[in-house]
Design a protein. Structure first.
Length: 220
């Protein structure tokens, strides 16, 4: 394989996971909800047969936790860096050092993402330098590249609606061609949860662990 797909994740911890969903969730339920999202997202990633798979996890001491949950065939790599930008750049750079020619990194809380969008994250690199998964909230759900472009992760206002515009501005400045993927959502706030519940009521198989958890709570 000349391509690698990296899923970034953190160990679910009450009070530190999906805090913008408290309420309606308790901190404990929010952490369990994120665990389900993460498992279903990894199951989605595992269906992509055109790339090798990695889970980039944090904190570094959570190795044994993630060893017990990743799908077969996933490489486990600890995240390194003092902020999100450094952690993303380091994870991408590590895989280019391993010899991969196309690397895509994605979030772990959007399990209903169509597999076709992930496939396009790689195929789009045939005609562009960067592929960008357009989030519904101004962030991106994935970014792919053919060589490390570390400047794309510097000076970014993370977790704001400015992430995509700032990233595209840097691409233009560096004369990098960007292929934008279709917009999709991850689950951060109550409106996202409502959309997720609606999608899962129509098709529970999109994210079966998440659906089962939400069903116990009476959300679906």
């Amino acid at each position: 394989m000349d391509g690698a797909l990296i899923v970034v994740a953190k160990r679910p911890k009450p009070g530190f996971a999906k805090t913008r969903l408290c309420p309606p969730f308790t901190p404990e339920d929010a952490a369990e909800f994120y665990r389900c999202l993460m498992n279903d997202t990894m199951a989605l990633a595992a269906k992509l047969n055109i790339a090798d798979h990695t889970l980039a996890y944090t904190p570094p001491e959570a190795l044994s936790y993630f060893q017990n949950m990743v799908p077969e065939g996933f490489r486990l790599v600890p995240q390194k860096g003092n902020n999100l930008g450094e952690r993303l750049a380091n994870a991408l750079g590590y895989h280019f050092e391993l010899g991969y020619k196309r690397v895509v990194i994605m979030n772990s809380d959007g399990p209903t993402l169509p597999l076709a969008h992930l496939e396009e994250a790689f195929s789009g690199l045939d005609r562009a330098d960067i592929t960008l998964g357009m989030g519904h909230d101004g962030g991106y759900y994935s970014i792919g590249m053919k060589q490390l472009q570390s400047e794309l992760f510097q000076g970014i206002s993370w977790s704001t609606e400015r992430v995509i515009p700032q990233t595209i501005d840097i691409c233009h400045r560096l004369q990098l061609k960007v292929h934008q993927l279709p917009e999709w959502y991850d689950v951060d706030v109550a409106a996202d949860l409502d959309r997720l519940c609606s999608d899962l009521v129509q098709n529970p198989t999109l994210a079966p662990q998440t659906y089962a958890f939400l069903k116990v709570l009476g959300k679906v």
